[in-house]
Write a protein that binds this ligand. Structure first.
Ligand SMILES: Cc1ncc(COP(=O)(O)O)c(C=O)c1O
Length: 206
């Protein structure tokens, strides 16, 4: 049976020439010239105060959970249809995802169903801009303000998409993007992971 790959990333000569530049800069992981270039590009294009690079969108979502100080029993409202990291990031800290139905037309959280999901334990609303299609942010921000809740935009699939002229990722209190190879822009990072696993294997921790 012929297998069809889910996606095949396109790597051009431009990327290859940038990879070669790493030798010149002598920086192969984080904190180098390309990290700074990427953060600057994100600040300018997403129009956010700051953009910090993590090794994945999953890690960025986990940092959101840490920044919100999510504890056992805290509730986080999110769409019932998303990638598992959206929920896991909070569950790992004891949080309880409260799933809200999606709008069948957009596959995004249905803002009209959020209010009824709010309880005394609710800490945040996580929205997912599915496939780059924006959530209807105005009513979501309004509800969040009324109930003093943080809004996190999981914009993993939505870099450079907009809502009423505003870049997605610039509307909530925090936002996350993904550069996984299935996304709009990608970065290679497999080598780094592999090294960590090898080190753990050597120390017999795995
Ligand atoms: C909505 C959503 N959130 C989070 C992620 C996780 O992204 P990453 O693979 O960069 O950790 C994905 C990846 O598919 C996603 O689609």
């Amino acid at each position: 049976m012929k297998k069809i790959r889910f996606n095949i990333p396109k790597i051009s000569n431009y990327e290859i020439s940038n990879i070669k530049k790493l030798k010149k800069y002598n920086f192969y992981s984080s904190g180098g010239v390309f990290t700074e270039k990427c953060s600057k590009w994100l600040r300018q294009n997403i129009k956010c105060k700051d953009a910090l690079l993590t090794h994945s969108c999953t890690a960025a979502l986990e940092m959101c959970a840490l920044l919100l100080n999510i504890k056992e029993g805290d509730e986080i409202i999110m769409p019932s249809f998303t990638f598992v990291s959206t929920a896991n990031a909070f569950v790992l800290r004891g949080g309880r995802p409260v799933f809200v139905d999606i709008d069948a037309n957009t596959c995004n959280i249905d803002p009209s169903k959020i209010k009824q999901a709010i309880s005394k334990k609710t800490k945040a609303i996580v929205v997912v801009h599915y496939a780059g299609v924006s959530c209807d942010m105005d009513p979501i921000i309004k509800i969040a303000k009324q109930h003093n809740l943080c809004v996190i935009e999981d914009a993993a699939q939505a870099i450079l998409s907009t809502y009423k002229g505003k870049p997605l990722g610039s509307i909530g209190d925090l936002a996350t993007l993904s550069f996984h190879e299935t996304k709009i822009f990608i970065v290679a990072r497999a080598g780094h992971y592999l090294l960590i696993i090898q080190n753990l294997l050597k120390e017999q921790k795995l």
